[in-house]
Design a protein around this ligand. Structure first.
Ligand SMILES: Cc1cc2nc3c(=O)[nH]c(=O)nc-3n(C[C@H](O)[C@H](O)[C@H](O)COP(=O)(O)OP(=O)(O)OC[C@H]3O[C@@H](n4cnc5c(N)ncnc54)[C@H](O)[C@@H]3O)c2cc1C
Length: 411
């Protein structure tokens, strides 16, 4: 009998962790990881942090590769698939249109940078997703040009902090009323804004970008919806992400916001879950029972590692035809961090589900604080502004509250 084959689409942290966990779960068949970038899996979060400030060292960002036999097909993009026939179409160094077959498939293609629907050329608008992006932006920032950052989410705020520390004058443009508002709420967002302003960052809030003006040498300014022009020679577009799912089109999947999966990470179709396929990482949207939440797509680095074991077990159970899926439903405590200047802010749980009831639980926002996010009196997430040593008791409170409220099995 031919060796059974699992293919992993995407060689980011989720693809790497899934491949490792397949081996850890005892899979002895073939594992091939197909990655569009030339690089072996590397760590993305430093790209807007120390790599931007200090220089991009791609080798230093790489994850150690497992000893287990894994076939790395890098510089190779999956361009199409036929999930029923269990085939991927790939474009790589060997040419385009090659077909590769699989018995099991892991979808881990992550997300790409969202672009604003404005006419300005992409060469005028930096995004930061890859080491090449970060190196190109850093190459401009070292000359200390005036910088406009479009978007005050985590990526935009981190770029603003790094550019400020490199001596640039930075203006951040954001349609909402505070930075990070959608993720962490108004009060903590306002405190982040205050810390940026203290270091000279200017915020233009409640405004959107209409166009970018410039000439042969590149951009000169960002034109806002009220006609105001923000002078900038470097423009960074940090307006969110788009899941990389083009290659999955036409397969009966719900791709409206990433790949909709069941709680065992199998993509769902009108005919039920595809048990020989799993998805994880930024591209996957799935229900997390313990939060009483419908399907969520979470772009946190930690999620890849937290979900990989479950994804591997679900896939192997599916391949073995095990009707019980072999893996009990799992629950988790998502976590995320961001570095802004000398402050690390960490989040646990799902703060965005508790934005209507946000309380400072300890400390004060001007210095260090624990911020709690509640839904119907249950703590559903918390943020640590500094105060890292307070993580364990609040994590415990979060887990116990969720367990009592939603009867989940949070670990
Ligand atoms: C600048 C930046 C800073 C961040 N900072 C933080 C942070 O501080 N804390 C935190 O928790 N999270 C942070 N994140 C988010 C974190 O990096 C992601 O959650 C994590 O990288 C997700 O991993 P992934 O493997 O799912 O997706 P990705 O990292 O997006 O990897 C997917 C890979 O698949 C490849 N691919 C895409 N399409 C195809 C295709 N068709 N065929 C083959 N390969 C394909 C892509 O090229 C990519 O290499 C940050 C993200 C960015 C961009």
């Amino acid at each position: 009998m031919a060796e059974q084959r699992v293919l992993v689409a995407g060689a980011g942290v989720a693809g790497l962790r899934a491949a490792q966990q397949l081996r850890a779960a005892g899979w002895t068949g073939y594992v091939g990881v197909i990655g569009a970038e030339q690089h072996p899996p590397y760590n993305r979060p430093p790209l807007t942090k120390e790599a931007l400030r200090q220089g991009v060292d791609v080798q230093g960002l790489r994850f150690p590769l497992p000893d287990a036999a894994i076939d790395w097909r890098l510089g190779t993009r999956v361009v199409g698939c036929d999930l029923a026939a269990k085939r991927l179409t790939i474009d790589g160094p060997a040419g385009s249109g090659e077909e590769v077959s699989f018995d099991g498939l892991v979808i881990a293609t992550g997300v790409g940078a969202r672009r604003l629907p404005i006419a300005a050329p992409h060469t005028w608008r930096h995004t930061v997703r890859t080491p090449e992006d970060a190196a190109a932006l850093r190459g401009r920032l070292v000359d200390r040009p005036p910088v406009a950052v479009i978007g005050a989410g985590f990526v935009g705020c981190e770029v603003a902090a790094a550019a400020t520390e490199m001596g640039c004058e930075v203006t951040v443009v954001e349609p909402l009323s505070t930075p990070l508002e959608r993720a962490v709420g108004h009060d903590l967002g306002a405190e982040v804004q205050r810390r940026h302003e203290e270091r000279g960052v200017r915020f233009v809030l409640g405004r959107t970008v209409a166009s970018i003006e410039g000439g042969a040498k590149g951009p000169t300014g960002v034109v806002l919806d009220d006609g105001q022009v923000v002078a900038a020679e470097v423009v960074v577009e940090a307006v969110g992400s788009v899941p990389n799912t083009d290659w999955l089109a036409g397969q009966g999947l719900d791709l409206s916001n990433g790949v909709l999966c069941d709680e065992d990470l199998h993509p769902v179709t009108a005919d039920g879950p595809l048990r020989d396929v799993v998805a994880l990482g930024d591209v996957a949207r799935f229900p997390i029972r313990s939060y009483g939440a419908g399907p969520v797509r979470i772009e946190h680095w930690q999620m890849a590692g937290d979900c990989a074991g479950h994804a591997a077990r679900s896939l192997l159970a599916g391949l073995a035809g095990d009707p019980a899926d072999g893996a009990p439903g799992f629950d988790l405590v998502p976590s995320f961090w961001t570095d802004q200047y000398d402050t690390r802010i960490q989040f646990f749980g799902l703060p965005s589900l508790g934005l209507d009831d946000v309380r400072v639980l300890e400390g004060d926002l001007l210095h260090e604080a624990v911020v709690g996010y509640h839904r119907q009196e249950t703590l559903i997430g918390f943020g640590l502004l500094g105060m890292r040593r307070r993580m364990m008791p609040y994590r415990q409170q979060l887990v116990e509250g969720l367990r009592a409220t939603y009867a989940g099995n949070v670990s």
